[in-house]
Design a protein around this ligand. Structure first.
Ligand SMILES: *Cc1c(COP(=O)(O)O)cnc(C)c1O
Length: 397
């Protein structure tokens, strides 16, 4: 036992991270096959097979894969013809990539505050933020919870806007029984390591037409079009965004278990609600997520801490780790308060719900390899930490 622990405490259970990928032996064997084949990347058989399976999963729509969810969204904006002078509306509560890609294509990010219950973009505020220069919307399905898709697409149709769905966290989520990705305009997924389906790094874009798919292929590899034996031309500015066959092999392995993964995450989320109990919010002042069963893929299980001051979350996260060996995360800090966005004119007070939740949201462990007992351990730890007031100052280490 280390000296920093209270002498009365039992030995800590092994560290429980907030997220951990599960890669099965079949997948590892398939990656080995790719490595032995000599065809590691570009134009290899695994990427096209993965794209075919994804297309089937998304109701036959065209799908193209890339090397990140970030470039997937950037390419979607380019396909939509978004550029300088155009405004794109999104939420301040997302991974910063969502807003960065708007700047990458030279357009202007416009934020609309979140709904504190769903923690997703507030569609009333989104509609109020539309100007004659608005060209597109990027809704984010935080933690795997979609926005009201009927309302979203009614707004888009009314104002003639493209939608690039940041469904990075929503692989396997549904809206009225239909898969996210099987409906909608352009839908972007990430296969980054923490996501429900991972390729290590990667992403895919669900498109509307073959023409868009051809454009996506150009943007992902230097704008190149090949023809005949040695024909090559470049007619748009593309980048280096292709997925490797190594990554696609991991994705093909993950596709086999995705339904089981989604079901297990849902059962763990159910167990969280059961263990926290109906009095949790009244007892602790913290807030549970919306119990969106049958819709969310439960990518993240996030609670909102009681607002006891500027260090409430740091104190909570540190004590969860130091006293219980339980990891946690925060998804996300409000984007508009980052220095680069402040330099663009954004400041405190513009999006109060995002600012509050950006300070107080905590992501608890939830991943496929977790057991019900792990959930019980996390709930015990959260209850213990919240039963004493969170300190308002960070003690010196
Ligand atoms: C993961 C994620 C991204 C970015 O995906 P990368 O694959 O890491 O580039 C974008 N938006 C959200 C909401 C995400 O969770």
């Amino acid at each position: 036992m280390t000296a920093s622990l209270p002498s009365t405490s039992a030995p800590l259970a092994p560290f429980l991270p907030f997220s951990k990928p599960t890669i099965d032996e079949d997948t590892i064997a398939m990656v080995g096959e790719v490595l032995r084949s000599g065809w590691l990347t570009n134009g290899g058989p695994k990427v096209s097979l993965f794209e075919q399976q994804l297309s089937t999963y998304f109701g036959g729509r065209p799908v193209r894969c890339f090397n990140s969810g970030t470039c997937t969204m950037e390419i979607a904006l380019r396909i939509a013809g978004i550029g300088p002078g155009d405004e794109v509306i999104t939420t301040p509560i997302s991974w910063v990539a969502t807003a960065n890609v708007i700047l990458e294509v030279g357009a202007t990010p416009v934020f609309a505050d979140i709904d504190p219950v769903t923690r997703n973009i507030d569609l009333d505020k989104l509609e109020a933020a539309i100007t004659p220069r608005t060209r597109a919307i990027i809704p984010v399905y935080l933690a795997g919870l979609p926005v009201d898709m009927d309302r979203l697409y009614a707004i888009a149709a009314k104002h003639g806007l493209r939608v690039v769905e940041d469904a990075a966290q929503a692989f396997g989520s549904t809206w009225n029984g239909q898969r996210i990705g099987a409906i909608g305009d352009m839908v972007s997924f990430s296969f980054q390591v923490n996501k429900n389906l991972t390729t290590g790094e990667g992403g895919c874009l669900v498109l509307n037409t073959q023409e868009e798919a051809v454009l996506a292929e150009k943007y992902r590899l230097q704008g190149v079009t090949r023809s005949g034996v040695d024909g090559i031309d470049v007619d748009v500015l593309g980048g280096k965004y292709n997925m490797t066959d190594i990554a696609a092999a991991i994705g093909l392995g993950q596709m086999k278990t995705i339904d089981a993964v989604t079901a297990h995450r849902e059962s763990l989320a159910h167990h969280y609600f059961d263990c926290f109990g109906p009095d949790f919010e009244a007892r602790t002042g913290a807030r549970l997520p919306l119990p969106a069963f049958g819709t969310s893929n439960w990518h993240l299980f996030q609670i909102i801490l009681p607002d006891t001051g500027p260090t409430a979350r740091a104190d909570f996260m540190r004590r969860l780790k130091d006293e219980h060996n339980v990891g946690s995360g925060f998804h996300y800090a409000a984007i508009h308060l980052f220095t680069m966005y402040r330099k663009l004119g954004f400041h405190e007070g513009m999006f109060p719900e995002s600012e509050r939740i950006g300070r107080l949201t905590v992501t608890l462990p939830l991943f496929y390899a977790m057991s019900s007992a792990d959930v019980e351990r996390v709930v015990g730890a959260v209850n213990a930490v919240l039963s004493t007031k969170l300190s308002t100052a960070v003690p010196a280490k």
